[in-house]
Structure formats: structure tokens, C-alpha cells
Design a protein around this ligand. Structure first.
Ligand code: G3P
Ligand code: CA
Length: 238
């Protein structure tokens, strides 16, 4: 079972920042999960929320700022003063950094487009990915939005896609299989549901967000491809 660092090594570093990704990589994780939103001027940026106030010293929506404006913000001080000066990364910065590393790991890019619709986000993402060499094997694009996954599939049917689901009530799985999702990313409730059991026979199942070692041991006995955790340091040792 693979260990993915959820929003990077977000248990001990400010989520979705370069230091959180670098420290996760240094720990030896199998993969990193991150979230993307889009700026006013069309840059794909790595931040979980549609609004910036929880994880930066700014106020407002990502969509209302240019990338240049967002880069002025402090994305680390909210977590601990010693991380003041961390910036919101552009997705391109993360891809550049990863392509310079010796060890190839999985990068799970979650398109955060369920609440705000970012026109052209999928096209931007795929254009960016196509500018890198040999990205296909180690990048998985995920979303809670089946429409967004469908759009990705229309642009490039060979991109690795993952449907995000929460809980046992989900009625989009058949559609997800029809567009050849490689994985379903679900929570514990999905995993133990009938739909979760059926899904595990068809595609890889990744479980978020597992920060409890006892839960991890439960998962080891199940057919789970990867777990996403804020504390990869604890999970790798298990
Ligand atoms: O990819 C699974 C997980 O990251 C989804 O939840 O809110 O942490 O993005 P969230
Ligand atoms: Ca996420």
C-alpha cells in the first residue's frame, strides 16, 4: 500500500507549500497530493480553499487576484511563525521541482472546481502537463466534479483520472467507469460501503485522509492502493 502526503507533509508544515512537498519527498513518500485553484489571470495555483484567508495573510477569493498579487502573500506564517515567507506555489513550480528529483513519485493533482467553476481550468492543466516529458505515468488528476473529469477525458482520454467521492451515497460511479477513471479516491465510509467493495474490484482505491495508525492497519488488510495522510512520517514507519 502506497503512502501519499496529503497537501504535502501538512501535519508538520504549512499545507500545499513547497516546503511541505520537499519534506514529504525527503521522507520517502510514494506520492504527494495537492489542490489547485485558478487565478484571475489564468495561473493554476496550489491552494486548497477557494478563499485565501485560512492559509494566507490575505482576504478574498483566489479567482479575484492575479498570480503576481497572490505571490505577495505569506502562506506559511498562519501555521507557525518559522514558516513565514512561504508562498502559494504555481503548479508549474511544483512540476519543475518534481521533474528535477532523482526519484519519481506519484503526483495527485486535485482540481478544486466543485464550488467555483473555473472556465478553461482543464485545458490549462493539460497544456501545462503536456509541456513536461514522461509525466503520464506519475500524474493522476482527481476531482469531485464528474463534469471536470469528463472534460479532461474529452481533451486527452489517456490522462490518469481519479473520481473523488465522500461517504457511501454516490451515484456517479458508472459514469466514472465509462470515462475510464483509473482510481476512486474515497473516505473510510466509502471504502466499507457496498459501492466501495464493488469499486475495489474494478479500479484502484485510494483512501483519504488517514492520520490514525489503527485505521492504517485496518486498511492494510483491505484491497487499498494508497492512503493519503497528513502525517506520512508516522505512516511510513508502520
Ligand atoms: O484527495 C482527497 C482529499 O484531498 C479530498 O479532501 O478537502 O482534503 O481536498 P480535501
Ligand atoms: Ca485534496
Amino acid at each position: 500500500m502506497y503512502i501519499y502526503a496529503h497537501r504535502g507533509f501538512s501535519g508538520e508544515y504549512p499545507e500545499n507549500t513547497m516546503i511541505a512537498f520537499q519534506r514529504a519527498y525527503e521522507l520517502g513518500v510514494d506520492g504527494i497530493e495537492l489542490d489547485i485553484q485558478m487565478t484571475k489571470d489564468g495561473e493554476l495555483v496550489v491552494i486548497h480553499d477557494e478563499c485565501i484567508e485560512r492559509t494566507t495573510d490575505g482576504i478574498g477569493h483566489v479567482k479575484d487576484f492575479s498570480f503576481r498579487q497572490l505571490r505577495q502573500l505569506d502562506a506559511g506564517g498562519w501555521f507557525h511563525p518559522r514558516f513565514a515567507g512561504e508562498r502559494i506555489p504555481a503548479l508549474a513550480e511544483v512540476l519543475d521541482w518534481l521533474s528535477d528529483q532523482k526519484r519519481s513519485i506519484i503526483l495527485n493533482i486535485e482540481l478544486k472546481n466543485g464550488i467555483i467553476h473555473y472556465d478553461g481550468m482543464e485545458e490549462k492543466l493539460l497544456t501545462l502537463l503536456h509541456s513536461y516529458r514522461s509525466w503520464r505515468h506519475h500524474i493522476v488528476c482527481s476531482s469531485f466534479s464528474i463534469g471536470s473529469l469528463y472534460r479532461i477525458h474529452q481533451i486527452d482520454p489517456h490522462v490518469n483520472k481519479a473520481m473523488l467521492v465522500e461517504g457511501s451515497q454516490c451515484d456517479v460511479l458508472d459514469f466514472a467507469y465509462a470515462i475510464n477513471v483509473k482510481e476512486i479516491h474515497g473516505d473510510w465510509n466509502f471504502l466499507v460501503s457496498q459501492k466501495g467493495e464493488e469499486a475495489s474490484k474494478k479500479v484502484g482505491i485510494c483512501v483519504y485522509t488517514v492520520n490514525d495508525k489503527f485505521l492504517l492497519h485496518e486498511l492494510i488488510n483491505r484491497d487499498v492502493k494508497a492512503v493519503m495522510t497528513d502525517f506520512p512520517n508516522h505512516m511510513i514507519k508502520e
